[in-house]
Design a protein around this ligand. Sequence first.
Ligand SMILES: [Zn+2]
Length: 361
Amino acid sequence: MKKGTVRVITVLVTAITLSVVCLACHKLRTTKSGTEGASPKEAFRGVVLYPSDIRSLGAEKLVDILKGAGINLLGIHSNTITEDLDSLRIYLESADGQLLMELCQKNGIDVEYECHVLKEMLPRSLFDIHPEYFRLDAKGSRTNDLNICFSSDEAWAVIEKNVMELLRWLQPTTNRYFFWIDDSRDGFCHCDKCAPYSPSDQALLYENKMLQIIRKVNPEATLAHLAYASTLEAPGTVKPLEGIFLEFAPIGRNYANPLPPEEHNALKKNLEVFPKETAHLLEYWLDASMFSKWNRNNWTRVPWNPDECQRDIELYRELGIESFTTFATWMLHQRYFELHGQDEAVKAVNEYGSLLKQSSL
Ligand SMILES: [Zn+2]
């Protein structure tokens, strides 16, 4: 073979190899340290569960199911109302909780905590002596029902102290933190300082401050901006600090239909404010608690349909999103297995994991 031909072939092979490597990199996410290099890992394929779900199955059985389905991320959820941070901590410190951590680590499953923390970080009992820590409602009354006055520096001093305590035991293996505000549709502050900001902007003010607090303990921390319900619209005035990532959670969808246009548009707008590379999808495809309307007397079968899930994943991926999780609360639960069959539930998780494993659908 002539030298020139060899050179052309070498150049071509190098170009093809580089393209393949670049494509592979696109599908990979960064390491636990959140930085490029070290040992790149695959994009997240997660499920989110309550401590009570995990407890009902036991760590060993759960990890076997997750491993079989190719799930590489477990999010543990608390919401203050039905399961609070104390119940999460008690589980994590139990023998089964310790075993869970060990088995997840052994099987390459990251663990994160997706929690509504605000009510617990600023105890409602402080309202009696410090009503100004709390929000002014739309009628002009101070109330401690939901959230806080996001502009109150004194409230933030209390929050910081409590967050420091929380960070002693709540340590995600991904450096991604999810310290959500209260779960509400109209729980924001109307005081003079907060009123100019939309719900999404108030949430982002909170998240920017929260990230700065967390980074005092963990400089590699990143924090979710939860776009959801009343914070679905993109923030208009507040800019995210570096390290705030988008978490989009389209709660209450009808899965027979594609993502509704208003939610699709809101997601696109959010992706103009937050980096695409770190954006994360929190879906409800396997959320038996939502399909049961959070009523344990009405423990409903999940209307799982892999074609609908595939359709949704394609839409999200077209927008550049690669990091996925879904609530699987009350489905990966012993009671659900007894009511609706373990095989059917495990099959759904397997199909979900397998859809996300396919690099292109
Ligand atoms: Zn306020």
